[in-house]
Write a protein that binds this ligand. Structure first.
Ligand code: FES
Length: 158
């Protein structure tokens, strides 16, 4: 048995049999960007907002923007920022968004993923590491900051 046949058998798919060995390069950029939406923790998915809805809207908006295959949208488990969510993080940019609502997603896709400009009014900045907020008796996060710009815009729209 030829050496390449053994490799094909180990791979289990028979691909490449009788052909030259394929080359898989590690380019470090399989996708241009990854969008991780916290949907797996206790809070972001539905208790502090609609993380699942945010994830679904990202999937749709990324496809509509023609970014499918370049930008990957993934569910994420808890990102250790509970109480600030729903949380979204975009890599490799390392831009975090907090309190994201499904209605914010089109803007993030248009401005950040297409045009490369993070949506400042939603950008999350905090200390490195865990930043989970304590909860009151009704499970509301204690110390969650106000988003004055967003509230102002909503008020102006009325
Ligand atoms: S549940 Fe989303 S950051 Fe913890």
């Amino acid at each position: 048995m030829a050496r390449s046949d053994t490799a094909d058998m180990r791979r289990g798919d028979g691909a490449g049999a009788g052909t030259e060995a394929s080359t898989v390069e590690n380019t470090g950029a399989i996708f241009e960007r990854h969008v991780f939406v916290c949907t797996g923790g206790d809070w972001c998915a539905e208790r502090d907002g609609d993380g699942r809805g945010v994830h679904a809207r990202f999937k749709q908006a990324v496809a509509r923007a023609g970014l499918k295959g370049r930008v990957r949208v993934n569910h994420a488990g808890c990102l250790d920022q509970c109480g600030h969510g729903p949380m979204v993080v975009v890599y490799p940019d390392a831009v975090w968004y907090w309190g994201v609502e499904p209605g914010d997603v089109e803007e993030i896709v248009r401005e950040h993923l297409v045009a490369g400009r993070p949506v400042e009014r939603l950008v999350y900045r905090n200390r490195p590491g865990k930043n989970k907020l304590p909860r009151d008796a009704d499970d509301r996060p204690i110390g969650r900051p106000e988003r004055s710009g967003k509230k102002r815009e909503q008020a102006e729209a009325k």
